[in-house]
Write a protein that binds this ligand. Structure first.
Ligand SMILES: Cc1ncc(COP(=O)(O)O)c(C=O)c1O
Length: 413
């Protein structure tokens, strides 16, 4: 203790202390975040930002849903305390959400935790896996959500890649993915997405999904499903089918969800982690999740989760929200059809027709890196590195501009 006090008072040591942050290394910048920065720096007035994964209506707005506003008002009127909840959050929220997503397959065998969005659910699970005495490998679809690898790396979890989609051929590399799974060991986890695959927009058919589950079951690989866009493919109910199948079939499985997109509450950070385990380890898993939450993000924010719970528990609010979700889904679906139709009308070609077959906000443009750069440089159209575009950010006049620009940069001069 004395020694510490002495060192702390030493002028030379104090000088060294000043240099502490000089050793901070250069961290990689998230390609989506840097995309937004480049966009902000672009002086052109007719520039187009297709980078960020946020829904926009025809007018370019990301509105607060009416159902959310009404639920918020109810909370203001009725909430009596803002005291801490359990480390795993509001049990009612988890129960209502679990039943919504998994139906009858959601029972007492699940450990549930409210989390700050889906990202923290993913992080808590990654920490849990990494801290096991024999850490399993997490197998990832490639390409996939850009934050999986940073989250797994920050947790020091083990992971490996499987091919998922070929952007130039515009199709899922299904056989290669299944073939790659042969290298996985029993007890490893396969992290897959639910509907509206980010960044490809290409979802497995129900038959392909069943075939994946057959392989996982046969090889003892744990399904880990991450849900971010429920309701944006067919409907809220239909889009829960993948999770329901997993939950009904596997005694051990993992589910992460973010409500950011489905309820339009991005900044409120509502999500959840659900882990299905055997009875013997359930309490241990619950304590492990609580301890990881405590030492990391700590208590999840309540507001977004309370809004979601309020909506799901009230038939009228739920109907209103489902209508609004359907409007968002229909807009994204409509933009996809318009892209294919406009290309056909303007150019007589079908190169982007595949976009009309995909779902959710994202698709990958079949562009080389040079072409991607030219799209931004020559036309002020900003996309995420790798060609991801958010079709929900296209207004009525943007579609023809995008198609002409793609034609320009892909036509040999
Ligand atoms: C597939 C997927 N999972 C998880 C997330 C994380 O969501 P949130 O930022 O709401 O935590 C996202 C966000 O874009 C996503 O696309």
């Amino acid at each position: 203790m004395r020694k510490t006090a002495f060192i702390g008072g030493d002028a030379m040591q104090a000088g060294k202390g000043k240099a502490m942050f000089e050793q901070v290394e250069d961290y990689p910048v998230d390609p989506i975040m840097i995309g937004a920065e480049y966009f902000a720096q672009d002086p052109r007035t007719d520039k187009l930002n297709l980078t960020v994964g946020v829904y926009q209506d025809e007018g370019g707005q990301t509105p607060v849903l009416k159902a959310v506003k009404q639920a918020e008002q109810r909370l203001v009127d009725t909430q009596t305390s803002k005291s801490y909840l359990a480390l795993t959050g509001d049990a009612d929220y988890c129960r209502v959400l679990g039943h919504e997503i998994m139906g009858d397959a959601f029972d007492d065998s699940w450990v549930s935790a409210q989390t700050a969005g889906g990202a923290v659910a993913l992080r808590v699970m990654s920490d849990l896996l990494a801290q096991m005495p024999k850490p399993p490998t997490v197998w990832l679809q490639t390409p996939t959500y850009g934050n999986y690898v940073p989250i797994l790396m920050a947790a020091r979890a083990q992971f490996a890649h499987l091919p998922y989609y070929d952007p130039l051929r515009r199709e899922i590399t299904f056989d290669q993915m299944l073939d790659g799974l042969k290298a996985a060991n029993s007890g490893d986890a396969f992290l897959m997405q639910g509907v509206c695959h980010n960044p490809t927009g290409a979802d497995m058919t129900p038959q392909q999904f069943d075939a994946v589950l057959d392989v996982l079951e046969a090889r003892g690989i744990i399904p880990w499903i991450d849900l971010a866009y429920l309701g944006f493919a067919q409907s809220w109910d239909a889009d829960c089918a993948m999770a329901r199948k997993i939950a009904a079939r596997f005694p051990v499985c993992i589910l992460c969800i973010t409500l950011s997109k489905t309820f339009g509450i991005y900044r409120d950070r509502a999500g959840a982690l659900f882990v299905k385990t055997g009875a013997r380890e359930r309490d241990r898993v619950h304590r492990a999740v609580s301890a990881i939450v405590r030492s990391g993000a700590s208590h999840a924010p309540d507001h977004g989760a309370s809004v979601v719970r309020t909506i799901l528990q009230d038939a009228g609010l739920k109907r209103l929200w489902l209508d609004e979700l359907e409007q968002m889904r229909a807009r994204v679906f409509g933009v996809r059809q318009q892209i294919a139709n406009t290309e056909r009308t303007l150019l007589g070609t079908d190169k982007l027709a595949y976009i009309a077959e995909q779902s959710g906000m994202f698709s990958l443009l079949p562009l080389t890196e040079v072409q991607e750069d030219a799209l931004t440089r020559d036309h002020g159209i900003h996309v995420v590195k790798g060609g991801r575009v958010n079709v929900a950010r296209l207004g009525p006049n943007d579609i023809a501009k995008l198609i002409r620009a793609i034609s320009d940069i892909t036509t040999p001069k």
